[in-house]
Each structure stands twice: as C-alpha cells, then as structure tokens.
Design a protein around this ligand. Structure first.
Ligand code: MN
Length: 249
C-alpha cells in the first residue's frame, strides 16, 4: 500500500486477562489496519500494525489505554518495515487440532491433517515430516477427513494406521486461512508431542491431487540434521509402532 506505515508496539502493565487481544482485533478490523496481536512471554501484549498512517495512529492511541479493566503502564513503539499483511490476526492462539497418522497402504506414507473449517485438510507425505529446515518433503493433497478419524488406530484394508503425532496448531502468515491454502502458501505452527514450531506448505503443482512441499521453518524448534521419523516411530496414542500393529493382525 502506498504511504503505508508499520509500527510494533509493546504494552506493559495490567494488560492480560482483560480481553486486550480481542478488543485490539475488533478495532484494527474497523480501521482496516493489518498485522497481529499476541501475548509476549514477559506478560506484555505485542502488536504489529500496518496500513494508513492515520488509522495506525488511531489504533496506537487506543493501545495506550486498552480495553476497560486494563491498566497500561507503558507503551514502547518502534517504526518497522511494512510486511504486506492482508489480515489482522491473533498470533499464538490455537486454530484447531492437527494429527499425523502413519499409514501402511499400497505405499507407506504419513497423513498430515490440519483442522480447517470443521474438517481435517489432509496431505499424504511419503517420507513424513522433518524438523530439519534443509529438508523439503514432498506432499500430495488428499481428500478431507472427518475430525472423528483423528483417533483411529488399527488395521485398515490390509494395512494399518497409527497416530504418529497430534496436538494443536496455529495459523501463521500474512494471509488469512483458508485463503492462504487456496493461494498455495500456508505457514503454521505445530504444538504436538514430536513436531513443534513453524512449518510452511508451498504448492508446486495445482489441480486435482495438488503437489506441495512441506518445510520446517528456521526457529527455536528446528533441529538441523535430525530425523524425527526414525527417532520416534511409536504411536503417541498407544506407544506401539505400525510394525507391531501389522504383526498382530
Ligand atoms: Mn493415508
């Protein structure tokens, strides 16, 4: 946006437990300001706001007071680069559940499923996910699954399934979901038992059975050189491996 400005603000004081994030999102959306709000690890509320300078200024004025019940002791602001956000989002909040199921079928693979709009958007990942940011894992988009399937473990059509990992996830990026998926670039943060931190899904070929690359982002949860699939083959549900499930069948 021409003439746009971007500001980072950190609010200290009694700013938590008073609906600060929700109130900030509401006002930012009214003002057509883009960016995000999140809780800092030190009890602060942090905001990235970008857009028309007048509107950003209005939002900043509000952040100095906060919603009823807040007592803002101080605000630190810093002018930063405009990043091109297309939404104003709450960061650090769960968007739903995720599951990775290891699946012995005609071809062995892992199914990554993310809860989006009440269904599990799904990708078959032949080699599974990696915590090594240098590794790009090929993934094929497959039909949505019901949330009820997330806990399925056992034999299935001559093969079998284990719940290899599960947890909640956070939607990231500058574009709101599900549009981010529609456009073919979606960033998300997993909070599972094995998989943690930021990941990116990048579509390389659209259409039916769209092809994607799944990449670990470089953050504190990245583990260069690691192979989590080999290190942790056990089900997070039963502790059993897929091989054990198949041998007992
Ligand atoms: Mn599958």
């Amino acid at each position: 946006m021409a003439g746009a400005e971007a500001i980072r603000a950190v609010m200290r004081g009694e700013v938590r437990g008073v609906g600060f994030r929700d109130a900030t999102v509401r006002l930012a959306r009214e003002l057509a300001v883009m960016g995000w709000v999140r809780h800092g690890e030190d009890g602060t509320v942090q905001v990235h706001a970008e857009g028309d300078p007048t509107a950003v200024g209005q939002l900043m004025g509000y952040l100095g007071q906060g919603p009823p019940g807040a007592r803002v002791a101080g605000v630190e602001t810093e002018q930063v680069a405009v990043e091109g956000h297309e939404q104003f989002a709450i960061r650090g909040a769960s968007a739903g559940v995720f599951v990775v199921q290891e699946h012995a079928a005609t071809a062995h693979h892992f199914d990554l499923r993310l809860e989006v709009g009440g269904v599990m958007r799904s990708w078959a990942v032949p080699k599974g996910l990696s915590l090594d940011p240098a590794v790009k894992r090929f993934a094929v988009e497959v039909p949505d699954h019901d949330v009820e399937h997330n806990t399925f473990e056992g034999t299935l059509g001559g093969g079998g399934v284990i719940v290899w990992d599960r947890g909640t996830y956070e939607q990231g990026g500058r574009v709101a979901w599900p549009e981010a998926l529609d456009r073919g670039h979606a960033v998300f943060v997993l909070r599972g038992e094995k998989l943690r931190g930021g990941f990116a899904l990048q579509r390389t070929r659209p259409g039916a059975k769209a092809q994607w690359l799944l990449i670990k982002r470089r953050d504190a949860d990245a583990r260069p050189g690691s192979d989590i699939v080999a290190e942790r083959p056990d089900s997070v549900l039963s502790g059993r491996t897929l091989g054990e499930i198949l041998n007992d069948a």
